[in-house]
Ligand binder design. Structure first.
Ligand SMILES: [Mg+2]
Length: 370
C-alpha cells in the first residue's frame, strides 16, 4: 500500500462558553480552529488525523504542505513504527517541537486510522483493547477571570454530571470561588500555562492549598525547567501536572527522572502522534506516573485521545474542553454525558467527518499534497 495524496482542511468553528471570552496562554479564541489531515492511499482507504492547532495552524499547515507531507507521499502507510522513526530523523534539524512535529503528529494519527480500517477494528482494540465503553471526562474550562463567573460555570459543570473540573485561572480568589461552587467532593484542578518563576510558583502553590487542588498544571516558566518544577513539587503538597509542551518521549523521561511531575500530559497532535504517545504511556507506567493526555481540540486528535484513554490499564481521565461549538464535523461524538464520553466503536478512529460541515466552516479551499 502507498500514500498517494494528503489533503489539509483548516476548519474554524464559532463557539460560546457561557460568558465573555478572555485571552489566555497568549491566545485569543474567536473560533475553535482545527487542522484536519486527510491521508489517501492507493488501496482506497482514507485516514484522518489532526495537527496542532489554534493560532499556529497556518504555520503547521505550511510545514505539512511544503515539507512533511511530500516526504510521506509514496511511503507505505502500514509501516507505522519504522516510518515514525525515519520521519523524525529526517525532520530533526528543523526542530524537535513545533509546527514540523505537529504536522508529523497529524499524519501519524491518520496512519493509525488507516490501520484500524484495514483491520476492521476500532483504534482502542489495536492499542490493546478498550477496558471501558465510556471514559471519564473532566470539564476543562476556558479562562473566565472574574471569580463570580468562574464559580458559576464550574457549578454548571457539576450540574451536568462532571466529577472533575479544571480551571485556567491565575487568581487565588477565582480558584476559591470555584471550590465553593463545586463543593468538597468534586476534584478541582487549575492549569496556569507556565506563568511563574520557581519562587512565585512556590508561593502560589502554598496560597492555593486551602482549595485542595487535585493537580496544579504547568506552574513554572519555562516549561523545560524540569528541575524548577521538581522543586515546586517536592516543597509543596499539590500534585503537579505538565507535558503538553514537551518535546517527545525523552523530555518525559527527563521529567520522570528529575521527579518533576505526578501527572504526565502528552498531547497527541503535538508530541508525534499516537506512535510517540504510546511510548510515553509505557514510560509513565514504568515510573508510576499517571497519564492524563492533553486534549484541547475537537477533531481526530480528540477521537484518538478517547481511544488512547480507553485502552490504558488504569481508569484515567479525558480532557473535555467546555466550548459549545456551533457545529462539528464529528457530530456529538466528543460531547460528555454525565461526565463520560463514549468510545467510538467504528473501525479506526470510529467516526468519519461530515464533509458538508467541513466545507461550510473551512477557511478557503483544501490544501493538497501529491
Ligand atoms: Mg494545559
Amino acid at each position: 500500500m502507498k500514500i498517494t495524496t494528503i489533503a489539509t482542511h483548516y476548519v474554524r468553528i464559532p463557539f460560546d462558553m457561557g460568558a465573555p471570552k478572555q485571552e489566555f496562554a497568549g491566545l485569543r479564541f474567536p473560533t475553535m480552529d482545527h487542522l484536519l489531515v486527510q491521508v489517501e492511499t492507493d488501496a482506497g482507504i482514507t485516514g484522518w488525523g489532526e495537527a496542532f492547532g489554534h493560532s499556529i495552524i497556518p504555520a503547521t499547515r505550511a510545514a505539512l504542505e511544503t515539507y512533511v507531507g511530500p516526504w510521506f507521499i509514496g511511503k507505505d502507510p502500514t509501516d507505522i513504527n519504522a516510518l515514525h522513526r525515519e520521519a523524525a530523523q529526517a525532520f530533526h534539524i528543523f526542530g524537535r517541537n513545533g509546527p514540523v512535529v505537529y504536522a508529523h503528529s497529524g499524519i501519524d494519527i491518520a496512519l493509525w486510522d488507516i490501520a484500524g480500517k484495514r483491520a476492521g477494528l476500532p483504534l482502542s482494540d489495536l492499542l490493546g483493547g478498550a477496558r471501558r465503553r465510556h471514559v471519564r471526562a473532566y470539564a476543562s474550562l476556558m479562562r473566565y477571570a472574574t471569580p463570580k463567573t468562574v464559580g458559576r460555570i464550574a457549578g454548571e459543570m457539576v450540574a451536568r454530571g462532571f466529577r472533575h473540573v479544571k480551571l485556567h485561572e491565575h487568581s487565588i480568589d477565582a480558584v476559591k470561588a470555584a471550590r465553593e461552587a463545586v463543593g468538597v467532593d468534586v476534584a478541582l484542578m487549575n492549569d496556569v500555562n507556565c506563568p511563574w518563576s520557581v519562587a512565585q510558583a512556590l508561593e502560589m502553590e502554598r496560597a492555593l492549598r486551602p482549595s485542595r487542588l487535585h493537580w496544579l498544571e504547568e506552574p513554572v516558566w519555562p516549561p523545560e525547567d524540569h528541575v524548577g518544577l521538581a522543586r515546586v513539587r517536592s516543597a509543596g503538597t499539590t500534585p503537579i501536572a505538565a507535558g503538553e509542551n514537551a518535546a517527545g518521549l525523552h523530555d518525559f523521561i527527563d521529567m520522570f527522572q528529575k521527579g518533576s511531575i505526578d501527572i504526565a500530559q502528552p498531547s497527541v497532535t503535538k508530541i508525534g502522534g499516537i506512535t510517540e504517545l504510546r511510548k510515553i504511556a509505557a514510560a509513565a507506567e514504568a515510573h508510576a506516573i499517571e497519564l492524563v493526555p492533553h486534549c484541547a481540540y475537537f477533531g481526530p486528535g480528540n477521537l484518538a485521545s478517547i481511544h488512547l484513554v480507553a485502552a490504558l490499564p488504569t481508569d484515567t481521565l479525558l480532557e473535555n474542553i467546555y466550548a459549545n461549538l456551533e457545529a462539528s464535523p464529528f457530530g456529538t461524538a466528543m460531547l460528555a454525558k454525565e461526565g463520560k464520553v463514549e468510545v467510538p466503536s467504528g473501525p479506526g478512529l470510529g467516526i468519519e467527518p461530515d464533509m458538508q460541515v467541513v466545507e461550510k466552516y473551512r477557511q478557503g479551499p483544501a490544501g493538497t499534497v501529491r
